[in-house]
Design a protein around this ligand. Structure first.
Ligand SMILES: [Zn+2]
Length: 86
């Protein structure tokens, strides 16, 4: 029981130098060292539109395609805003 059975998903890594919780839902292939190809972890869509250093395109993808996750994301953001950060 080592929990390594999630083999239907290629391992994705979060964006470098970003702590935004939106990256809970998106990532990059480990081979994409330039981190140009954003992958949605939920629907596995590649090249999700994200303007450079801006997560609004990712939020928009969640909002339009994954409303359940978007709601969770909204709650996370609210929790962070209410004292998760100093
Ligand atoms: Zn998606």
């Amino acid at each position: 029981m080592d929990g390594e059975s999630d083999s239907d998903v290629e391992e994705l890594v979060p964006k470098n130098n970003s702590t935004s919780v939106v990256w809970n839902y998106f990532g990059f292939y480990t081979t994409d060292t330039d981190q140009t190809n954003v992958i949605c972890k939920i629907c596995k869509k590649e090249n999700v539109k994200a303007t450079d250093g801006n997560t609004s395109g990712l939020r928009d993808h969640l909002k339009r395609k994954h409303q359940k996750e978007y709601a969770e994301f909204g709650l996370l953001m609210k929790r962070l805003a209410n004292g998760g950060k100093t």
